[in-house]
Design a protein around this ligand. Sequence first.
Ligand SMILES: C[S@@+](CC[C@H](N)C(=O)[O-])C[C@H]1O[C@@H](n2cnc3c(N)ncnc32)[C@H](O)[C@@H]1O
Length: 249
Amino acid sequence: MRSKRVLLDCRLSRERNRLGLPSFSDYLDLIESGTNPEAAARFIDLVTTHYTYFLRERRQFDFLRTTAFPELEASRPRRTWNILCAGCSTGEECYTVSMIVEDYRRGRNLPPVRVTGIDVSEPALEEARRAVYPATRVDKVPPRWLTSYFTREGDGFAVVDSIRRHVSFARANLSDPEALRRRYDLILCRNVIIYFDEPTRERVLDTLHRHLALSSYLILGHAEIVRDRKRFAYRGDSIYQKRSEETHS
Ligand SMILES: C[S@@+](CC[C@H](N)C(=O)[O-])C[C@H]1O[C@@H](n2cnc3c(N)ncnc32)[C@H](O)[C@@H]1O
């Protein structure tokens, strides 16, 4: 906890110096005043953690292949599958989903699949849209994927168009109850709500529940749990299935 505090202090001090502000309260006044959107966006970026990697929690992706996708194939054979990655960071999670879909599609007649990544951090989203990753960020990617789904671009690895074209990104703040527009057939919200206080976490889970289709899955990070089992049934590995349309009053 202390090391996190030191890290945050260090990041914010550097930014305060960059802006030429004499004290932290001047810095916070500037952020709260709303007069400098660029500084506000950088503040959000500095206080959030963007750690992510391709195929993170691989067993959850196995679950998509063995359970979630076959169920969608049976229940929604023709309508577009809408998948949300909430708190998608620099894009690896969305592209992993798109690669798993592409593998699954082989030999099958699937409907279009749309993967939407949202995040509160614009710099993280810029990186996600660029879709070029240094070698150190693709070291957990299986060799077959590296040859099929990436091309070399300078020192980096670029995600190929056939994977990118199913994925789009938008800036949204999950703690805003109006952040989402549509209903999703699958939601991944992994390693995001762990950083929220209890009321925010409940509000975000409410929003995700509302925007998830009945019987569809919500996939959380391994340290994150849903207590309300009336609305979500637990399926193991931090995966929950929506079982009712009820919402909290
Ligand atoms: C640790 S990363 C997790 C990335 C990915 N989901 C994974 O599990 O690998 C958390 C991401 O959530 C984003 N985030 C934090 N608070 C958010 C909010 N209120 N709305 C949207 N995104 C948020 C951060 O900007 C960050 O990119």
